[in-house]
Write a protein that binds this ligand. Structure first.
Ligand code: ZN
Length: 284
C-alpha cells in the first residue's frame, strides 16, 4: 500500500495518514478486556473511540445505552474496523441480539461510515436525522466535507461508505425505546442536519459534534459547516437541564453538562469566532 503511495509522490505525513486505514487491526487482543471497563454508568457504555484506543483510530465516541434490556447504539464509527466495536460489546457480556437500534447524530464518515457494517452484522433498525439521512445515502464527497478532510483527517484512499436509514427523524421527534424517550434535537452548524439526542427521563445528552466538553463547538472550514447556522440553532440546547453530556469526541461529563452547553451558547452570542474543537486544533 505504501509502495503505491510513494509512486504518486506522497510524503511521510500522508503515508502516516494512509496507514491509519488499517490501523485498528490487531489493536488489542479481545481477551485483554475482562468486561465492565467500558461501562460508564448503570446504563451507558462507551464501546468505541479512536482517541481512547477502544476502536479504529478514526472512530468517534460510540455509545451503547441500555434502555431496559434493549440496547441502542449512538453513532457507528468510521467503518474501517467495526469488528472491534462488536468485540467490545461482547466483552461487556451484552448479547449482540439485544442491540436493536442505531441512532446517528450526523453523516460524517467518523460517525456514519460504519452504519453499513453494523446493519449487516447486527439486527439493528437505523434512525438518522432528516438531511443527514440523505447525505448518508447519497452525499457527495463535497457535501460530506470529505474533499477537504481527505489527506488531512482521513487517508487519501478513504472512500465514504454510503448507507440507508430505516427511519428518518425530524427535529423534536421523540422515539420510545424500552423505558426511555429519546428526543432528536437538530442543531445545524457542524453539518447541515447535525443533531443531538436527549434521553428525556435522565437528562442525558449525546451531543454528536455540535458541542463538546468545555463548550467548544464543532466549527470547521469544510462545506456544509456554517457559523450562521450554529448561531441560529444553538439556542435549542438551552434550558434542558442536561446532567450528563456525552459528545462525539474528547471528554464526557457526568454532571453539570448544561454548564458546558451554556458556555457554547454564550460564546455564540459574542462577536468573535467561538472556540472550536479542542483549543482550535484539528481533532486528529
Ligand atoms: Zn462531524
Amino acid at each position: 500500500m505504501l509502495y503505491g503511495l510513494k509512486s504518486v509522490g506522497s510524503n511521510y505525513f500522508e503515508e502516516g495518514l494512509n496507514s491509519l486505514i488499517n490501523a485498528g487491526e490487531g489493536l488489542f487482543p479481545s481477551n485483554d478486556l475482562i468486561g465492565s471497563e467500558l461501562r460508564i454508568t448503570k446504563e451507558i457504555y462507551m464501546v468505541g473511540d479512536g482517541k481512547r484506543g477502544l476502536s479504529h483510530p478514526l472512530d468517534c465516541c460510540i455509545y451503547l445505552v441500555d434502555c431496559g434490556g434493549v440496547f441502542v447504539l449512538i453513532d457507528a464509527g468510521a467503518g474501517l474496523n467495526s469488528e472491534l466495536i462488536l468485540e467490545n460489546i461482547l466483552n461487556e457480556s451484552i448479547a449482540l441480539e439485544k442491540v436493536k437500534y442505531l441512532l446517528l447524530t450526523h453523516a460524517h464518515s467518523d460517525h456514519a461510515g460504519g452504519v453499513r457494517y453494523l446493519q449487516e452484522n447486527l439486527s439493528v433498525e437505523v434512525f438518522a436525522p432528516i438531511v443527514e439521512a440523505e447525505l448518508m445515502a447519497f452525499g457527495s464527497d463535497e457535501e460530506l466535507g470529505l474533499n477537504m478532510a481527505r489527506g488531512v483527517i482521513y487517508p487519501l484512499n478513504y472512500n465514504y461508505i454510503h448507507s440507508k436509514a430505516d427511519r428518518v427523524l425530524v427535529d423534536g421527534e421523540e422515539v420510545q425505546i424500552g423505558g426511555k424517550t429519546l428526543r432528536l434535537i437538530q442543531v445545524p452548524g457542524h453539518s447541515p442536519g447535525s443533531s443531538c439526542l436527549l434521553i428525556r427521563e435522565d437528562n442525558v445528552l449525546f451531543s454528536g459534534d455540535v458541542v463538546f466538553h468545555g463548550g467548544t463547538i464543532g466549527l470547521g472550514n469544510w462545506p456544509g459547516c456554517s457559523l450562521d447556522e450554529y448561531r441560529r440553532n444553538i439556542g435549542k440546547l438551552g434550558n434542558l437541564g442536561v446532567r450528563m453530556l456525552f459528545p462525539g469526541h474528547f471528554l464526557f461529563t457526568l454532571r453539570d453538562g448544561q454548564k458546558h452547553i451554556d458556555t457554547a451558547i454564550d460564546n455564540l452570542k459574542k462577536p468573535w469566532v467561538p472556540p472550536a474543537w479542542q483549543h482550535n486544533h484539528p481533532h486528529y
